[in-house]
Write a protein that binds this ligand. Structure first.
Ligand code: BLA
Length: 518
């Protein structure tokens, strides 16, 4: 049980921005809201005139047959009988506009009692495309399957996604337990700065955006400089509410994120979700410096890769976890062996390799025993440890105490945050101040900087400096100030097992002493 609730970043008004009902779309396609079963047009995006030469006013409350031929309507009606509409996408439509015929990929889903039909101009030769992407995806999956770690999978993935999509930069962005993120793989041309190893605060992808990325596998923004196309009328006439675009592929982008992309020097961006146990684990984030559209079929291949990767990464992470647990067990056995071999069991805990530090992956440890203090690694000074032990003695209620933000409960810890922002401690005596303590430094001190973040230049210096990778990085540092990496459950368990072992050793030694005295 944690003695502290997880530290929360202060939320700004932006967090509440309802990004699922923007009232507009990105203008590279057209959106129609249709009433079933007769398929009456209830709402249309106002850019329809650009594609089809007809204004929304001419179409509203008209049957869809005003746009589509009867065979196409019949085909659509057949698709609507399917249990899961997404498997019918994309539906090919050819629509007459004056004396031209325009080809579209139609993408359908239901939302708020209406059928939403989104039309994107088709630019792909279908018959070839399928085989091309089938081969690319097949190759990628066999490469992913032989990758041996989470890092290696991520590296393979960014290379392959770059090859399939042609984006300038492809990254794997991974969330931690508090949804701060880190770039764990980055494939990019020489002339772009590397983001590898950089950390970003949870707010850069706020909760409601993460929610939409867990519902949809892919989000495409082909041109961040777009003029939004309004949906008219603004409200869905059946609900008198703005149309819910959570699952729309054309949904207009939050102005806040548009600004972020501008500041990063990014014109087109695409994200593919990586899920683990139904939670968003990370994103494959793609950037392009000029506008870039990917047809639905290619996006479908990317989505499929996201799904396969989610399985591979999840499984690999679990097996890395179980390897770690096995490693901790082996450290435990060695410590027990060393403790028995030494006259003073504490020497057995600190004088060998592995030692106390390796049992829970700490950078410092101390044992307080009968008024004496023994230390290993980076620890606060002994007088500071002594004070801390007094405080633990007063406050320890359970067998074990652990926190990744010691100064929130013990403000004096602020002065040694660089060695002990995190603490785990247990007592091994009912009556005396005998404790084992482990320390972890502030996360900022732990981080292995990938490249020098101060070298990342802001591409556009406009008023809102906060919205850039550089500033985000600063903000991330603020959010992790005075915090250490969290203690994992398996590490807490390893500590508890050591506690039993120490109690055993201490009792046995006391017994031996007693026998000697007889
Ligand atoms: C969305 N923010 C996103 C997305 C990414 C990031 C990947 C997904 C959409 C996309 O593919 O473009 C963030 N991108 C990053 C990060 C890196 C990167 C961290 O390349 C690091 C290398 N963003 C802010 C602030 C707000 C904000 C302050 O920085 C507002 C609170 C909002 N980000 C925001 C919103 C979305 C978003 C609302 C969703 C956009 C949408 O889908 O409409």
């Amino acid at each position: 049980k944690d003695i502290i609730t997880p530290f929360q970043v202060e939320l700004t008004n932006y967090d509440l921005e309802p990004i699922h009902i923007p009232g507009s779309i990105q203008p590279h396609g057209v959106l129609l809201a249709l009433k079933e079963p007769e398929l009456t047009i209830l709402q249309s995006s106002n850019n329809i005139s650009h594609f089809l030469g007809m204004s929304p006013e001419e179409l509203l409350n008209q049957p869809l047959s005003k746009l589509l031929e009867p065979e196409q309507i019949n085909f659509l009606q057949d698709c609507l009988l399917q249990e899961d509409l997404q498997f019918t996408n994309p539906i090919e439509f050819t629509i007459k506009s004056g004396n031209k015929s325009v080809h579209f990929d139609g993408i359908i889903h239901r939302s708020d009692q209406v059928l939403i039909l989104e039309l994107e101009p088709a630019i792909l030769e279908k018959s070839n495309a399928f085989f091309k992407f089938y081969h690319l995806v097949k190759q990628t999956i066999s490469k992913l399957q032989v990758a041996s770690s989470v890092t290696e999978i991520s590296q393979v993935l960014v290379k392959e996604v770059k090859k399939i999509t042609g984006f300038d930069r492809v990254m794997v962005y991974r969330f931690d337990d508090n949804y701060n993120g880190i770039v764990i793989a980055d494939d990019k041309p020489e002339y772009l700065a590397s983001y590898l190893g950089l950390h970003y605060p949870a707010l850069d992808i706020p909760p409601q955006a993460r929610e939409l990325f867990s519902q949809n596998w892919l989000r495409l923004i082909p041109d961040a400089n777009y003029e939004p196309a309004a949906i008219v009328p603004a409200n869905n006439p059946l609900t008198e509410q703005p149309l819910n675009l959570s699952r729309s592929v054309l949904r207009s982008v939050s102005p806040c994120h548009i600004e972020y992309l501008h500041n990063m020097g990014v014109t087109a961006s695409m994200s593919i979700s990586i899920m683990k146990n139904k939670k968003l684990w990370g994103l494959i984030a793609c950037h392009h410096q000029s506008p870039k559209f990917l047809p639905y079929e290619i996006r479908n291949a990317c989505e499929f890769l996201g799904q396969m990767t989610s399985l591979e990464l999840g499984a690999k992470e679990d097996s890395e976890d179980s390897e770690y647990k096995i490693q901790l067990k082996s450290v435990h056995s060695k410590l027990v062996e060393y403790m028995s071999a030494e006259t003073n069991f504490i020497q057995g805990l600190i004088n060998y390799q592995p030692n106390l530090l390796n049992l829970v992956n700490a950078q410092g440890a101390a044992v307080s025993f009968e008024g004496e203090y023994f230390t290993v690694g980076n620890t606060p000074e002994k007088p500071d440890i002594k004070h801390l032990v007094e405080w633990i003695y007063q406050n320890l209620q359970e067998e074990i105490l652990y926190t990744d933000a010691l100064s929130q409960v013990y403000p004096e810890a602020e002065k040694f945050q660089d060695v002990a922002s995190g603490l785990m401690a247990f007592s091994f005596s009912k009556t005396q101040k005998n404790f084992v303590l482990w320390f972890r430094p502030e996360v900022v001190q732990t981080v292995n900087w990938g490249g020098n973040p101060s070298k990342i230049v802001e591409v556009k210096a406009n008023g809102n400096l906060r919205l850039s990778p550089r500033k985000s990085f600063e903000l991330w540092k603020e959010t992790v100030r005075l915090k250490s990496l969290p203690w994992k459950y398996c590490e807490v368990n390893a500590a508890l097992e050591l506690r039993s072992a120490i109690i055993g050793v201490v009792l046995r030694k006391a017994d031996e002493l007693a026998q000697l005295n007889i």
